[in-house]
Design a protein around this ligand. Structure first.
Ligand SMILES: *[C@@H]1O[C@H](CO)[C@@H](O)[C@H](O)[C@H]1NC(C)=O
Ligand SMILES: *[C@@H]1O[C@H](CO)[C@@H](O)[C@H](O)[C@H]1NC(C)=O
Ligand SMILES: *[C@@H]1O[C@H](CO)[C@@H](O)[C@H](O)[C@H]1NC(C)=O
Ligand SMILES: *[C@@H]1O[C@H](CO)[C@@H](O)[C@H](O)[C@H]1NC(C)=O
Ligand SMILES: *[C@@H]1O[C@H](CO)[C@@H](O)[C@H](O)[C@H]1NC(C)=O
Length: 410
């Protein structure tokens, strides 16, 4: 099996993440004070009902003794979140009371400028808390957090636009929830974002081209209902891992793919991609996993794939490819798992399978040259194979070897 990269491959430890905080007192450009006040006001209004005549913004949080404005905003945000949670079987939010936000479950603070009396909320980790509810607008007040992890819960609704206020968030993971709506626009506006994980939700609609210009290190969108072409600037993605499997993405794979020089793993399986596989794919010299199985790709497998010297896994099965499997591909030095069945490859391609066997490579399903069976049937089978709770991410505070995944979820 291919060793999947861990979180550490993408990011430094939490310690260095937190060093980010050392130079800035309180991130202060996020919400203009008036915006923060509006949000806090809304919160107060909804907390106390409409009969309260005049409410001074943030009055509720001034009543409890909170050492600085950043923590006061965080208090507002987290109390709003608590209110938006209607099922908490593990009593995860049970201690979300009182002014000491930093002592709440799942809320982690860090000192700014080595000044222990100036703390801010630096990360939020709600992973696997089994919370059911929605993500309130007020979460946008968490302007200092570097990490927002809420995977494997039952959050529903959409990702509020106000989360664009997470100006310092590096990792945003809401995978394995019941979130829906279009691609979350807020994510496009988080300037520091490097790790975006939306997999296993009900997001739909098109993928915005801006996503691919964001300088991400890792992108997980699999198991949603995104449907659009891959935009022309697809190749601007700087990520080393991109998993877009199990959506309804259509159209060709853009030639710009050749620009994805940092790419280690690209998984596009089970979409509706058609057209040819661009020859430019052969330029991805760091690529170790390339999976475009279960699509509608046609034409030849490009000879240039023989240039993928680091390739360990290659999956092109269940497409409409023709011609022969290029000999150079069969000879790739590190290739250990290559599936190309259920295409229209000619008989010569059997040679590739035999040669691999001779060299004691694992070669798989290469003999199935038969006509493709009903596509819908295949999809159903595939769906059955896809478990749900596979989404994992690091836990804040340790950032230890988290299998970023079985991202391919199959
Ligand atoms: C090869 O890849 C296929 C498809 O991802 C997977 O089902 C199979 O288990 C892999 N085989 C090995 C030996 O890793
Ligand atoms: C935010 O910036 C304003 C000026 O733009 C300043 O008056 C205020 O004190 C700052 N707030 C914090 C918490 O640093
Ligand atoms: C939930 O946790 C809080 C604080 O830890 C505790 O006071 C409360 O009794 C707990 N509630 C239940 C139902 O266990
Ligand atoms: C530390 O932070 C507190 C609270 O924000 C502030 O009042 C104090 O002046 C700071 N001390 C130093 C040495 O910067
Ligand atoms: C992204 O790609 C497009 C078209 O491929 C290009 O015009 C644009 O300059 C690129 N943007 C960045 C930030 O690289």
């Amino acid at each position: 099996m291919v060793a999947f990269p861990t979180m550490e491959a993408f990011f430094p430890t939490l310690i260095s993440l937190l060093l980010l905080f050392s130079s800035i007192a309180c991130f202060n450009t996020t919400f203009a004070d008036s915006q923060a006040a509006t949000i806090a006001f809304k919160f107060v209004e909804s907390s106390f009902g409409h009969e309260s005549p005049t409410i001074i913004p943030q009055q509720h949080s001034r009543d409890v003794k909170i050492p600085n404005p950043c923590l006061r905003n965080a208090y507002t945000a987290i109390q709003a979140l608590k209110k938006a949670i209607h099922s908490d079987p593990k009593n995860f939010t049970g201690n979300w009371v009182g002014s000491d936000v930093c002592s709440y479950n799942g809320i982690f603070c860090a000192a700014v400028d080595d000044n222990s009396s100036h703390e801010v909320v630096a990360s939020v980790d709600l992973n696997s808390a089994e919370l059911e509810g929605f993500l309130p607008d007020e979460l946008g007040l968490l302007a200092d957090i570097a990490v927002f992890h809420a995977n494997s819960n039952r959050f529903h609704g959409s990702v509020p636009d106000s989360l664009a206020g997470l100006k310092r968030v590096v990792e945003f993971d809401v995978s394995n929830n019941r979130l829906a709506g279009g691609f979350p626009k807020a994510a496009l506006q988080m300037p520091a974002l490097r790790y975006l994980d939306l997999r296993f939700n009900g997001f739909d609609g098109p993928l915005p081209p801006e996503l691919f210009d964001k300088g991400l290190d890792a992108l997980f969108l699999n198991n949603n209902r995104f449907h659009s072409d891959l935009p022309e600037n697809f190749g601007n993605l700087t990520a080393s891992v991109a998993v877009l499997a199990n959506n309804y993405l259509a159209g060709c794979i853009p030639k710009s793919i050749g620009k994805m020089r940092h790419l280690n793993e690209l998984v596009l399986t089970n979409n509706r991609l058609d057209g040819c596989l661009p020859a430019e794919t052969g330029m991805l010299s760091y690529l170790t996993v390339f999976d475009v199985g279960f699509n509608l790709l046609s034409g030849f497998l490009p000879e240039s794939l023989a240039g993928l010297r680091n390739l360990e896994e290659l999956h092109v099965s269940h497409n409409l490819l023709i011609g022969a499997v290029p000999k150079g591909v069969c000879k790739l030095p590190k290739l250990a798992n290559f599936t190309f069945s259920h295409n229209y490859f000619n008989e010569d391609s059997r040679e590739c399978a035999r040669r691999k066997e001779g060299r004691s490579y694992l070669i798989l399903r290469a003999t199935a040259f038969r006509r493709r069976c009903n596509r819908e049937q295949q999809r159903r089978v595939l769906r059955l194979q896809i478990g749900r709770s596979t989404a994992r991410s690091s836990s804040v505070g340790t950032h230890r070897a988290v299998s970023l995944c079985r991202h391919r979820s199959m």
